[in-house]
Write a protein that binds this ligand. Structure first.
Ligand code: ADP
Ligand code: MG
Length: 704
């Protein structure tokens, strides 16, 4: 057994109670977990500020140190409202140190007139400086503390945990582990790789990441640990890719047959763009290569991915196979079905649609026809991956809006034939290159970087809520010209109830301001019954309704060319990619389209930057890069949203471009030489690979 798997409770000073807390609060159960709980930031503890030089601007949010003599102390309040205050001063000013908890323990630790070093996060109230729950040590103790450099790590923690053991407690535990386990840390990285990539030994990296001896040493430790993390992920991605291209025989689509020719010559309503042709060519090449295809088709909203998918599916049918296309929502699946049926017309293809709401009698018929090979193209939702859906000869699978599907779901589709079908994954959420390499590294990529001709760029403006009258005036103008309008409200999981309330109020206000008979308003949101949703979408699609009030259900894929205005309420609450997706619902017809971002006057710096970026550019790839920069990967690795997302402990996809590339290159070279990690010097790497196998089910709606 790996000694790093030892239970953390056996580390002296931890014990049952703290061990439980560590597990519950930050998921640290073993000694190794603790070692891999890296500081997320470092503070310079050689720097001691004068109290007088601190102000709100130069200390925003950061931890700092001051030193001062105690001039007094006091206890205010009773019981739970008790507050203990120490007054300290240096030559330049004074400050208050405040405790709300642990008062009994702390109150007798201070001597009047004695000098202390204070470490904490300053806050200012009416220009009074205070520190809540700082770390405090007598100055002599602080000065004698063994520290080779000023850098001290700050660990992410929770309120419960920091109350129970404080920053210092965490340092103590990590320190104890480092002292007693240093020689038990086995480096799985072979020497030749360490030399090739300039990686310091693992034990040294772990020691340094927690107790840096210099900024330079810290950089090297970070490099080593980031490399390991990205390399571990790449080992998985690249093994999977290698397995697919060597072992998985792919169906051979050698023929261009009657269906394709009929469709191409008699049905295709427009010439394909160069980018669409290129994508089809890529797919053609894959499907005659003898290997199974796993291709990502990325293209901005409205770039025309559907027809590429359709043509590919028709090719599969020409070669005697069935094909299916899976969409993330019921609305989208139904829309795809309608589009496809209309496009292919009467060339003789048998097409069906299957979703969660398909009635059981119809479902039975479809399932039977599918097994009998009487359906050529099946359109549907997640319902398609259920086990009872069996094909006679599934050869080609399209997954639309991949960000809603994970690797596991893709794998389920593989199992629907004796050989895995070719898989085309489509996304309108452009993915920055580093993200794509880390998350989609096992896919080949085709990019549609060109919009169909004749599209007018969408004009985007940002209004504050106070300009609502102006917005309403504009909406009336557009409706008078025969256009239709979307109004979208945010729907964020945590505040779902409040969000629905907002939507309902908004809906009522719109109905009031845009009265019948002149205006027809309809609504569509997740709380409605599927039939009602569909009816309301139908009304909007057919032009019976002028305004559709909706939540972000309409985010992906809905195609209504006459809708030319997208109003996004509380736009500051949406992510950049989501805003761009929503905007992509308009600009699909010949008319000038508009996107109006409504927001509160009070905006965080980041929200403002997002809204500005939206007004500046229509280019999804640009926005995706910008988004990654704005949020940094910290947030992407993030905590606040639900769903399985890639869990990077130290690498930062916004910044570590180069390391991503090195790690990929290293993994490819290594697996080319030793695909199954069988050479003695590679066997230890299996441990690293295993650590990242479970991290691949990625929900992109969360990331972008
Ligand atoms: P997305 O890539 O967002 O899925 P769609 O496939 O829904 O885009 O296509 C958007 C619209 O553009 C559809 O109305 C489609 O018919 C149209 N379209 C697609 N390709 C072309 C083309 N080459 N020329 C003109 N219109 C096209
Ligand atoms: Mg689409």
């Amino acid at each position: 057994m790996n000694p790093l798997d030892n239970d953390i409770k056996y580390i002296s000073g931890v014990g049952e109670v703290r061990a439980k807390l560590l597990a519950k609060e930050i998921g640290v159960k073993s000694v190794g977990d603790m070692l891999y709980h890296f500081p997320f930031r470092y503070v310079d503890r050689t720097k001691v500020y004068n109290i007088g030089e601190l102000n709100e601007a130069n200390t925003s949010g950061g931890y700092i140190q001051i030193r001062g003599r105690v001039t007094g102390k006091n206890i205010f309040g009773e019981g739970r409202n008790q507050r203990f205050v120490i007054y300290i001063a240096d030559q330049t000013g004074k400050a208050e140190l405040i405790w709300f908890r642990g008062i009994k323990w702390i109150e007798n630790k201070f001597e009047l007139g004695r000098e202390y070093l204070v470490f904490g996060r300053p806050s200012f109230y009416r220009s009074e400086l205070s520190f809540v729950h700082p770390e405090v040590e007598p100055i002599e103790v602080a000065m004698s503390r063994k520290e080779n450099c000023g850098l001290q790590g700050i660990y992410s923690t929770t309120e419960k945990l920091s109350t129970a053991m404080g920053a210092k407690g965490m340092h103590t535990i990590v320190g104890k582990i480092l002292d007693s386990y240093a020689d038990k840390i086995v480096d799985y990285m072979p020497d030749y790789l360490r030399q090739q990539y300039g990686l310091i030994p693992l034990a040294q990296a772990l020691e340094t990441i927690h107790r840096p001896t210099s900024p330079m040493a810290l950089k090297q430790a970070q490099f080593r640990l980031k490399f390991d993390e990205l390399f571990g992920i790449q080992l998985n991605i690249q093994s999977r890719r290698a397995a697919r291209t060597t072992a998985q025989a792919g169906f051979h689509f050698g023929r261009v047959g009657k269906y394709f020719n009929d469709f191409y010559n008699t049905r295709l309503p427009f010439p394909l763009t160069g980018a669409q042709k290129k994508a089809i060519k890529d797919i053609r090449a894959d499907t005659v290569s003898g290997c199974q295809m796993n291709r990502l088709l990325q293209g901005d909203v409205g770039s025309g991915k559907t027809v590429v998918a359709l043509i590919s599916m028709i090719l599969a049918v020409d070669n005697g196979f069935q094909a299916c296309i899976m969409a993330p929502t019921e609305i989208l699946a139904r829309q795809h079905y309608a589009t496809i049926v209309k496009m292919v017309g009467d060339i003789g293809l048998r097409i069906a649609v299957l979703t969660g709401t398909t009635k059981s009698k119809e479902r039975r018929e479809i399932l039977a026809a599918l097994v009998a090979g009487e359906i050529d193209i099946l359109v549907g939702t997640h319902a398609l991956i259920e086990d009872r859906v069996q094909f006679a000869s599934l050869g080609f699978v399209v997954i639309d809006e991949q960000h809603r599907f994970g690797v596991e779901q893709r794998a389920k589709l593989w199992a629907k034939n004796t050989n895995p079908p070719h898989i085309l994954v489509m996304t309108a959420t452009p993915i920055p290159r580093t993200l794509a390499m880390t998350l989609y590294g096992d896919l080949d990529v085709s990019t549609i970087d060109e919009l169909p001709p004749g599209r007018k760029p969408i004009k985007t403006v940002h209004y504050y809520d106070s300009a609502r009258l102006r917005l309403f005036g504009f909406m009336r103008e557009q409706i008078a010209q025969g256009r239709q309008i979307y109004i979208v409200y945010p729907l964020i999981k945590e505040s779902e109830k409040a969000d629905y309330a907002n939507l309902e109020q908004g809906f009522e206000a719109i109905v009031r301001d845009f009265p019948l008979p002149k205006y027809r308003v309809t609504a569509c949101h997740g709380k409605m019954k599927p039939e009602d949703k569909e009816e309301s979408m139908r009304q909007f699609k057919s032009g019976e309704a002028d305004i559709l009030v909706a939540t972000s259900v309409i985010e992906v894929g809905v195609d209504i060319p006459n809708a030319s205005v997208m109003v996004i309420e509380s736009a500051e609450r949406f992510g950049l990619a989501q805003l761009h997706q929503l905007r992509g619902r308009v600009g699909r017809g010949a008319n000038q389209s508009y996107c109006v971002l409504m927001s509160d006057e009070k905006l965080s710096k980041e929200s403002r930057a997002r809204l500005e970026a939206m007004c500046e550019t229509n280019n999804g790839f640009r926005l995706a890069e910008l988004d990654l920069q704005l949020r940094g990967a910290g947030d992407i690795n993030g905590t606040q949203q639900s769903g399985e997302i890639i869990d990077l402990k130290i690498a930062n996809l916004a910044e570590d471009n180069q390391i991503v590339q090195l790690a990929q290159q290293a993994a490819i070279a290594l697996l080319t030489a030793d695909a199954n990690l069988e050479l003695p010097q590679h066997i230890p790497l299996r441990e690293l690979r295993a650590r990242y196998t479970k991290r691949e089910s990625v929900d992109f709606s969360v990331i972008l």
